[in-house]
Design a protein around this ligand. Sequence first.
Ligand code: ZN
Ligand code: ZN
Length: 280
Amino acid sequence: MAKILPALSEIYYRSSHRPWEDSYGMVRMTPHSWYVGDTWLGVVLIETNDGIVMIDSGIHGQMWLIFESLRKLGYDPQKDIKLVLLSHAHPDHCSGMALLQNYAHPVVYMSPFEKDWSWDMSYHTRVPERVDIVQPFTYDYLYDYKTPIEHGGFTFKVLHTPGHTPGTSSIFFEDHDDEGNVYRVGLHGGMGTNTMVDSNFTTGEEAERERKAFRAMMEGLKGMPIDITITNHAGNIKMSERMGEDKTDWRPFVDPAFWDAHIDVILAQLDQIEEETCFR
Ligand SMILES: [Zn+2]
Ligand SMILES: [Zn+2]
């Protein structure tokens, strides 16, 4: 089982137990989507013609902020959260799911490669018990990675982008502003190289193989035509640097060059990990 860096435990702990610290509240990333969370972690709320689509349920302790944000936008969280698309089954993205399901009953999609993680909590033992609260949840559908998911006037294309976890899934859709301009939007479901370090693997061969596969997947995503890169971890899109004074203004995030650039950041981290590998 993977080891976890102490620093990451601290971050988990803060987000789940002291979620008011470093909270951004709501940051609009596209005309109809919001990042709700803190400087490290958040969910995406997408306003559709038929209620809210969420990317991830978020971490357990942030659920108050998610519900509060929905109420500010004029929604009833109990009735209006219609669909949840899970990026991957790490607890920072799914430990809110049990509470969400019992309160709001959305339709839940997740990866077939992680379906056992939804009920078998042994997959979450790498996160010390004190850090987060993970309870079993259920899913309604598994991604087939071929059929787009239609909801409320939006079409969500989901790609299998494993590496960070076996079932990491990335989500793509188009959004439009009031003038009718269309923006291609992309979210990489899990870019963290924290699971690419040697201590996460049993042998050097395994580590090299998995890192090679991760690299190939990331290289393969480069060149995708994405106008706005959105995220479930604020740092991935340099949110604090790029967002304007007015957090309802999504235009600072329009940058067709950003998608490739944020992949290159990860590839550079991977280079660093490979240089430092202790199996060699
Ligand atoms: Zn993760
Ligand atoms: Zn995460």
